[in-house]
Write a protein of this length. Sequence first.
Length: 341
Amino acid sequence: MKITRWMAALAAGLGLGLAGPAFAGATLDGVKSRGVLACGVNVGVAGFSLPDSQGVWRGMDADLCRAVAAAVLGDPNKVRFVPLTAVQRFTALQSGEIDVLIRQTTLSMTRDTTLGLRLTIANLYDGHGFMVRRDANITNPREMDGMTICLSPGTTNELVTTDWFRANNLRFTPVLQERMQDNAASLQAGRCDAIGTDATQLAALRSQFTNPNDYVILPERFSKEPYGPVVRRDDQEWFDVIRWTISALINAEELGVTSQNAEELRRTSTNPEIRRLLGADPLLGNALKLDAAWAYNAIRAVGNYGELFDRTIGPSTPIGLERGLNRLWTNGGLMYSWPMR
């Protein structure tokens, strides 16, 4: 496994598009045959994927894994969570160690074209930012000249930080650590002056600090960071399953379908869109080679997109994020389900 990961990492770095073993059309059948979904997640970020005191994985990414398991296997608990660092995540997918990567991964052109992988659909819109100690009295990122900044290697955040400081003729000293928890510990211990990563991750990290009010997330955003699940490039059938499962959760919110009313609406609704979504009409399930109730099972398991957001990272959680760009398109946001017909 170490050799496979090393070779995949080398090929990814050179842009050779190593895709690992041949998986064309095999992932869906493999997951069904195995009876469990191998889902790659972060090693631990509150609100996204973090084991609770009983060892149960919680958060938006963890629940998206459960939604896929519910859609494919009819049971959201049939998931094997595989915690991965930023460096490990792509090689784990390329080598077949996981079936899908749902781990705060930015959808970018070079990742989509050079890694032998395929980016499916955005499930969260974010942007790069910086978190500093409140007593540093920093109000503008241009005041960060000469600071030591904790970053995770192999992430778009490392590149965005470097590009922004260079473009503004400013200096910084990077401290590179794979685990975001290590970056958080370094900031609190004074080993770095700031953390650079996406704003949602900064909010998640701060929520776990002993004294969260001692730290400030600067308001500026320096990049577009759409997160979404990633699959291997050579399996279009599996790509479709992942893309349309995420889309189904968004469509459910658009149609007013929730985890609480899905059962009743499946029995009583005369709305053709709702009937197709919930499997009263088997058209969509047949198109994906899934049970007619695939989307119904996913929605019942984790709720629609709005329920998922609010429960894991929304304003009433310790993360405390507003919907912002992640509102539905009808409410001024970017969340938009392609027509499911």
